[in-house]
Structure formats: C-alpha cells, structure tokens
Design a protein around this ligand. Structure first.
Ligand code: HSE
Length: 429
C-alpha cells in the first residue's frame, strides 16, 4: 500500500487537532478506507512551544519550502488562516503539483477564484470542508448530495462564538464580555474576535455557501453584515415574550432571479428548528426544490470537529492519489442567479425597540413616521420604565422595504423624545 504523505502548514490549535487525529486514527483510517496517510512534515514559525500532541522533531520545520518543494509530499494542508500569506502558500503548493486541503474561510471567500481556477487548470484537488460549519459535512452535501436540486434558501448559524454568546446571554445569565471570554478560552473564537462578533466570519462562510448553492462568488465586503454587539439582554427578553429567539443568521435566499445575501441578528420563532441551536453549535438549514427542508447540526468550531472535516478531505484526496485517478475540472460552480439583490430592496418584518420619553403623543409621533414610509405595525407594547426618564416601546411590524425602514428610523432617531438610538432586528421564519 502506497503511503500518502501530508505536509501540514500551521501547527496551532486546529493544526494540533489534525495531527492528533491523523496519528491516533492512522490504522482505523487505513482499515476503513484502504489508504495509509502519514504526516511527513509540519511547518510553523514556532516549533518549540509544547503542543497537545507529541511529534518527532524530524517532522518539524520552520521552513515552508521544506513542505512545498518536497517531491514526496502529495497533499499540503494549510491551517495558517488569514488571506496572506496563506494565498501564496496554497498557490505555490498547487504549482508544485500538490493537492491542497484548507480550513481557511477568509481566504476562499476573498480569493477563492484564484485558488479554484489554478487547481482546475492544473487538474488538482482543493478540499475545504472545514471552512464552514466545523465538522458538519455541508460542503460535500451541497456539492454532491444536493446536486439535483435548485437551492432556494440557506439559513446558517455558522459562527459558534456568536451563538455561544447569545445562548449564554439568553439562558446562562452571562454578560456579553464574560461569554466572549469563555468562548476564547474554549478555542472557538478567531484570533481577532471582532471577526466573530461583528458577523465577518459568518459573511466569509456565507460567501462560500452561496458559491456552492447558487454558483456566484460574492466577496464578503459586498455582503450586508451586522454583528451582535448591539444586542442587549432586554432585546432577548422582549423577543422571547413575543415568541422569538435572537440568532446571528447568515442568509442566502433566492429572490426571483436574484440572490439575497445578508448576515445579521435575526428574530426566529421559538418553534423554528434553528431556535434551539445553543452554545457553540452550528446549524445550516437548506431548502432544495427536490429534497425540501434539511437541517445540519453539529459542532462548528474547535480542534476536534474541524479536524474531522480536514481528515475527511485528506482521505478523499488520498484515495484519488492512490488510484492515480485523472481529475478534470475538479471545482465547477455554475451560476444560477442573475446577481445580488441590493440590501435596500430586501423586504423583511422587523422588531423595534424605542427608548422614548414617557409622555403624551410620543407613540403617535413614532407611528406617524412609520406610516409615512408605508411600514405597518403588527404589535406594539410599552414596557415599564427602565429608568426614571425612558420607557421602552417595543414594536413588531409587517413586511416592509429595507430602504423605507432605514429612512423611517433616521427620522425617528432625530425626534427629541427619543433618548437612545433605536434598535431594529429583522425577523425571519
Ligand atoms: N471563530 C469561528 C467560530 C471558528 O466561532 O465559529 C470556526 O470557524
């Protein structure tokens, strides 16, 4: 049996998890799949810090060249993260005739065209199952399992850190900061956690899901993105009173011939399947025209689930290498929407919380502005005063146009009776 040699670049939390999985499961994988995978080199700029897995010193190197230019290495696993220099590492690995496995969502969402284009031209494979949803096999499902479907909708809870924070605020009584600190300790959060809490990591992953589901590559900057940092515990409480949970959702929705892509905190009915997804778990809800509704649920962050996906990609590629199979156009994405819908043209229902002075005529002023912009109120509740001055007013609206809502909010926020920026959260489901 030919040994399939892997060179790993990036020996951090995820890298250590992958090495551990490949080492401990070598014979298990050999028996199940008929391929023998060995780690030939591990490259990192720090090779002295103790890792949770033991490796022979001979395998460790600080030199990327020792991986990229080693003719024995069949598969390069890039776990460096970030767009640069990871892009150059991957492109050079491909130029050297090596297949690539990566968990790098930032890179694929930004420069996936370069990577997939070169891989196609050279007849090489790029595995990226770990880039979205940790251990959940969503990439394979969209590429293979749902191949006969026109995808209508994808809703993703695809940032474990944000979900962990929101769940702990809702149920664990933790503050935002304490929940974030805990997520960092558990190894869920990005090196820069603002990528998690500002929705950017979700936008990276949504870009990849949209490419697979709808064949269009939209760079993260073009995706409307709002994070969870403005969500306050009272909003979670009021949402619950109205029968909703608040989740950071990544949404890809076919809308006529165009595509809606957006990431934002979202109210979803408490009886929606996604509402019960708690902690750092991820879930991806996919609607296809043949298959109907599907829910994928699992651990979306952390070294073990991520290494489950990375190893699955390595095994798939190792089988191709072992069989010396010919690869043609390994990664084809067929565009099946005309383009991206502008956020101003998106329609949604809304939850709103106004911090208003408690005196006659205030509600009339707010509802007058909403009416002017064709926004119809579904329910309205004035809450007990939270401070001596301010009484929260909570509204749910019927469906309205995003552009109208933005204009109405601007006018409402300029009223002298409004004491704090109003909160508005979109509603789905
Ligand atoms: N920071 C990411 C998350 C890690 O919290 O989901 C997995 O991509």
């Amino acid at each position: 049996m030919k040994k399939i040699k892997v060179g790993l670049i990036g020996f951090g939390t995820i890298g250590s998890g992958v090495v551990k999985a490949l080492k401990t499961k070598r014979s298990f994988l050999r028996d199940r799949t008929g391929v023998d995978i060995v780690i030939d080199k591990i490259c990192d700029k720090d090779i002295s810090t103790k890792r949770p897995v033991k490796v022979s010193k001979k395998v460790l190197t600080k030199s990327i060249g020792k991986v990229l230019y080693d003719p024995d290495i069949d598969i390069v696993v890039e776990l460096v993260g970030g767009v640069y220099p990871a892009r150059d590492i991957i492109l050079e690995a491909l130029r050297q005739g090596k297949h690539v496995v990566t968990a790098n969502k930032a890179l694929l969402s930004e420069v996936g065209d370069d990577v997939f284009g070169l891989a196609n031209r050279l007849g090489l494979l790029v595995g990226f199952e770990a880039s979205v949803g940790g251990g959940i096999p969503i990439i394979k499902s969209l590429r293979e399992g749902f191949i006969a479907n026109k995808i209508e909708l994808i809703y993703g809870i695809i940032n474990g850190t944000s979900n962990f924070i929101l769940s702990n605020m809702a149920e664990g009584g933790l503050s935002f900061d304490d929940a974030l600190e805990l997520a960092q300790k558990k190894g869920y959060a990005e090196h820069d956690p603002s990528l998690d809490i500002e929705g950017i990591d979700s936008a990276h992953k949504l870009s990849i899901l949209a490419l697979l589901g709808f064949g269009v590559h939209v760079k993260p900057k073009k995706i409307y993105t709002e994070g969870i940092s403005d969500i306050e515990p009272v909003d979670i409480e009021y949402a619950r009173e109205h029968g909703y949970a608040i989740k950071l959702l990544a949404i890809a929705k076919r809308s006529g011939t165009s595509l809606e892509l957006r990431v934002h905190p979202t109210l979803i009915p408490v009886d929606h399947l996604l509402a019960s997804v708690g902690g750092a778990y991820n879930a991806i809800f996919v609607r296809g025209d043949l298959v109907g509704d599907n829910l994928f649920y699992g651990r979306g962050a952390g070294p073990e689930p991520t290494s489950s996906a990375v190893v699955a990609d390595i095994v798939d590629i190792a089988k191709v290498v072992q069989e010396d199979a010919k690869i043609e156009n390994s990664i084809i994405f067929k565009k099946d929407v005309t383009g991206l819908k502008h956020m101003n043209d998106v329609r949604s229902r809304y939850y709103m919380r106004f911090s208003a002075v408690d005196k006659p005529g205030v509600l009339a002023k707010i509802s007058g502005i909403l009416g002017k912009y064709d926004i119809s109120i579904a329910t309205v509740t004035q809450k007990e005063k939270r401070s001596s001055q301010i009484a929260p007013i909570v509204m749910m609206t019927h469906e309205a146009l995003e552009r109208d809502m933005a204009r109405a909010l601007k006018e409402i926020n300029a009223l002298s009776v409004i004491k704090k920026k109003s909160v508005r959260v979109r509603v789905e489901g």
